[in-house]
Design a binder for this molecule. Structure first.
Ligand code: IPM
Ligand code: MG
Length: 360
């Protein structure tokens, strides 16, 4: 298969982890007879440095011309980086939100899985982690608070800031369908997370999710308030299969879910629209404190590349091979610093990429 892959190396540890993911993809191409052609795209701080803005029309057009985009991470240290002297709409994160919107990437899939081998890195009590967990957060990505009108102004001499949380029924329906579709391929459970005891947007969310559920009689639907969900994720994570939620709640809950897997350095993600196109990126940030030191964990990016093989290119066998190679390396005791525990072998970013590629 011939695949055109856009690559956003981005900022901080981005270039290092993307380099390792490409190493793994190149091994897949060699082993299974595919051709992956990469096109470097600028986004975030790297784009600000060249063009003065975090996202250009050129990047959007180049991304659209690719079958999929693999991304590292964007952003810098908000205290020290000059990017954060710019007004909010010109900072690195605005570029990421802009490309999500421009490419209509409304469905963000964030799997959180506890590897048997990483149980020691899981911060939960042993009697909780013993049950293991395997969940997928389906986060709405192009609506809600992130994209509603916002302003800061003086009202009667008092500084006042407003952000708007709005969802229409179409936005809710299309993400709910995605959650139910994927639940059908998993354990057939959807837990829809909202704050329907307070918010109108959540009450509409619940109503539309219930409507969609009628088309999926085999899927068991439950509803949970977001505050309770935050608690349940650390109390009884094994109960979850698919968690369906809006943009802001999904942002927060996915960080929490990733941390209970042992490290946010393990969590991949896919952002999809209604075509086969996808933007694949780790759920973690750019970790500027360890950038360029060969210390970052490339596994989340490598697993994101596996998601790309699976969801955009339908290369399930190849995706399975990447995931199996990751598991194998963990089984053999190799660990980057973030997941290191007693008796394991410390590996650098580069070594981790080599080890995984070698096992494909
Ligand atoms: C994420 C990140 C982004 C988000 C930031 C960088 C804007 O935290 O992908 O979860 O909030 O969506
Ligand atoms: Mg986040």
């Amino acid at each position: 298969m011939n695949c055109r892959i856009g690559v956003i190396s981005g900022d901080g540890i981005g270039p290092e982890i993307v380099r390792e993911a490409r190493k793994v993809l190149d091994r897949v191409a060699e082993r299974y007879g595919h051709s992956f052609v990469y096109k470097e795209l600028l986004l975030g701080g790297a784009s600000i440095d060249v063009h003065g803005v975090p996202l250009t029309e050129e990047t959007i057009e180049q991304a659209k011309a690719c079958d999929a985009v693999l991304m590292g991470s964007i952003g810098g240290d908000a205290k020290t980086s000059p990017w954060y002297q710019l007004e909010p709409s010109r900072r690195p994160e605005a570029g990421l939100l802009g490309i999500r919107k421009a490419l209509n990437l409304f469905a963000n899939l964030r799997p959180a899985y506890l590897y048997e081998e990483l149980r020691a890195a899981c911060p939960l009590r042993e009697d909780i982690s013993a049950a293991g967990f395997d969940m997928l957060i389906m986060r709405e990505l192009t609506g809600g608070l992130y994209f509603g009108a916002r302003k800061t102004e003086e009202v009667d001499g008092v500084l006042t800031a407003v952000d708007t949380l709005s969802y229409n029924e179409h936005e809710i329906r299309r993400i709910a369908k995605r959650a139910f579709d994927i639940a059908m391929k998993r354990r057939k459970k959807v837990c829809s997370v909202d704050k329907a005891n307070v918010l109108d947007s959540s009450r509409l969310w619940r109503r539309i999710v219930e409507e969609v559920a009628e088309d999926y009689p085999e899927v068991e639907l439950s509803h949970m308030y977001v505050d309770n969900c935050a608690m349940q994720l650390v109390l009884h994570p094994a109960q979850f299969d698919v968690i369906l939620t809006e943009n802001m709640f999904g942002d927060i809950l996915s960080d929490e879910a990733s941390m209970v897997t042992g490290s946010i350095g393990m969590l991949s993600s896919a952002s999809l629209n209604d075509t086969k196109f996808g933007l694949y990126e780790p759920s973690h940030g750019s970790a500027p404190d360890i950038a360029g030191q060969d210390r970052a964990n490339p596994i989340a990016t490598i697993l994101s590349a596996a998601m790309m093989l699976r969801y955009t290119f339908d290369l399930d066998r190849e995706a399975d091979a990447v995931e199996a190679a990751v598991r194998q390396v963990l089984k053999e005791g190799f660990r980057t610093g973030d997941i290191l525990s007693e008796g394991c072998t410390y590996t650098t970013t580069t070594q981790m990429g080599d080890l995984i590629a070698d096992r494909i």
